[in-house]
Design a protein around this ligand. Structure first.
Ligand code: EPZ
Length: 417
């Protein structure tokens, strides 16, 4: 268990570069299993979740070489289609190998990824989609097995635009016979990045980024090279770090249109945001104004930015109403923020945040990845010191966050217990 000791009160100033997207890297790594050759992925962030996915690929028989931010995956040696319970428990997104294993071997067996801190995380849409392609699904003893004699293209409608289900179905359908159409598909930028990678491998996919994706089955795929898109949630987190500390930060390696809802909300809160090519400058001279947010599927306000934005609203002028519509249990950071003096009232899926002039440091704990990030942001702005426990959650989605913020003037020490 590791913790951060954070001394608040410094304005963050300077330049910080965003790494490659965790949520683009993970499905692309899984997609490399669809063929026997070598895939090279560039811009791979050094994150715990990426290391877990590497372990999953190696467990299945692939060989993975990972130097700095370049990863080579040779999937010719994949000789297993089952992912162990231990590996599945380490990361829910391991379920992304379901689509690629079914797509290549017509068979996959994974243990139920189960719920996590932010919600039950069901897989019904993943399984409904695979069944539509002709797979037989059996669920026993906590394991899911998908098996198909043949995969046939089909029309699939998702009740909710699930990111993971969209990605799994894209991968399962690339070599199915005929055409598959996914309706009410998720539209996140990471879906477009997966489509681009799969098409480089020889797939025929159109429509990612819209709610209808069309996949024309091909006989086989081959290795490809790809550079993943920047991480829009990391970028958004740094924008809030600049805002909450009344700092002035230039964030580079950004695709601004991926951040439109976050940029608009920060401007509504009176924060200065200047967009230029692949960089965004954020600066604030005073307390933010309270604004309301409601999380929605892309291109709405991202649920993965809700905890971080709530941290900002705890010190805003006025009262903000924050509604979480994606996950049913994504307010675990509220208790911890309250320990720092935040005034937050929960009413079901809504948090009413009454801004206070300042937070005070406290003993707090990261309960999940983005809640942990939110607590770092709150601690940067708080008076005196904060001890933040269980920072391994933060390492799942941010590369050495303390180094990035210390380079901007923060005072964070990582303590290894
Ligand atoms: C992806 O998770 C992201 N993870 C999450 O980021 C992100 O919060 C989420 O999409 C929403 O944007 C990765 O990309 C690795 P979903 P995923 O399936 O695919 C319901 C982070 O912090 N649902 O889009 O698991 C589900 O309960 C992580 O980086 C079903 O009902 O999310 C939820 O309410 C956290 N049935 C909604 O859909 C299903 O079969 C959205 O979930 C699948 C999902």
């Amino acid at each position: 268990m590791q913790k951060f000791m954070i001394m608040g009160g410094n304005r963050l100033q300077g330049t910080v570069r965003v790494n490659g997207s965790k949520n683009a890297t993970l499905p692309i790594m899984a997609a490399s299993l669809l063929q026997e050759g070598r895939c090279t992925i560039k811009g791979v962030p050094r994150l715990r979740d990426v290391a877990v996915m590497r372990d999953v690929l190696v467990y299945l028989g692939a060989s993975v070489a990972w130097e700095k931010d370049v990863m080579h995956i040779d999937a010719g040696g994949v000789n297993c289609q089952e992912v162990s319970e231990e590996l599945m428990r380490r990361m829910r997104a391991s379920n992304l190998v379901l689509g690629s294993l079914v797509g290549r071997f017509r068979r996959a067996k994974i243990s139920y990824p189960g719920g996590c801190q932010i919600g039950t995380r069901p897989m019904n849409l993943h399984l409904k989609g695979l069944q539509a392609l002709g797979a037989t699904i059996t669920e026993k003893y906590g394991y899911i097995t998908a098996q198909a004699e043949k995969l046939r293209g089909s029309e699939i409608y998702f009740d909710v635009p699930s990111v993971g289900a969209t990605e799994n179905l894209m991968m399962a359908a690339v070599m199915a016979e005929g055409t598959t159409v996914i309706r009410n598909a998720a539209k996140e930028p990471e879906i477009i990045d997966l489509q681009n990678f799969l098409n480089r491998m020889g797939a025929k996919i159109r429509g990612a980024g819209t709610d209808t994706i069309k996949i024309t089955g091909v006989d086989s795929l081959h290795g490809a090279e790809h550079a993943v898109i920047p991480d829009r949630i990391e970028a958004g987190t740094h924008m809030v770090a600049a805002a909450i500390t009344c700092g002035d930060v230039l964030i580079t390696n950004v695709i601004p249109e991926h951040l439109e809802p976050v940029i608009n909300k920060l401007r509504e809160a009176g924060i200065n945001v200047e967009v230029k090519d692949d960089r965004v400058r954020v600066w604030a001279g005073k307390r933010p104004l309270a604004v309301d947010i409601k999380t929605m599927p892309y291109p709405g306000f991202p649920t993965d930015m809700q905890p971080q934005f709530m941290a900002l609203m705890t010190v805003a002028e006025g009262t903000s109403v924050i509604t979480e519509t994606i996950f049913e249990n994504r307010f675990k950071h509220v208790m911890e923020l309250r320990r720092m003096g935040a005034d937050i009232r929960l009413e079901g899926q809504t948090a009413v945040v009454k801004g206070v002039p300042a937070l005070s440091g406290a003993y707090v704990e990261a309960t999940d990845l983005r809640a942990g990030a939110a607590l770092v942001l709150a601690a940067l702005a708080a008076e005196n010191g904060t001890v933040l426990e269980r920072v391994e959650h933060i390492d799942r989605g941010y590369e050495r966050l303390e180094n990035k913020y210390n380079a901007l003037g923060a005072r964070i020490i990582r303590v290894h217990k």
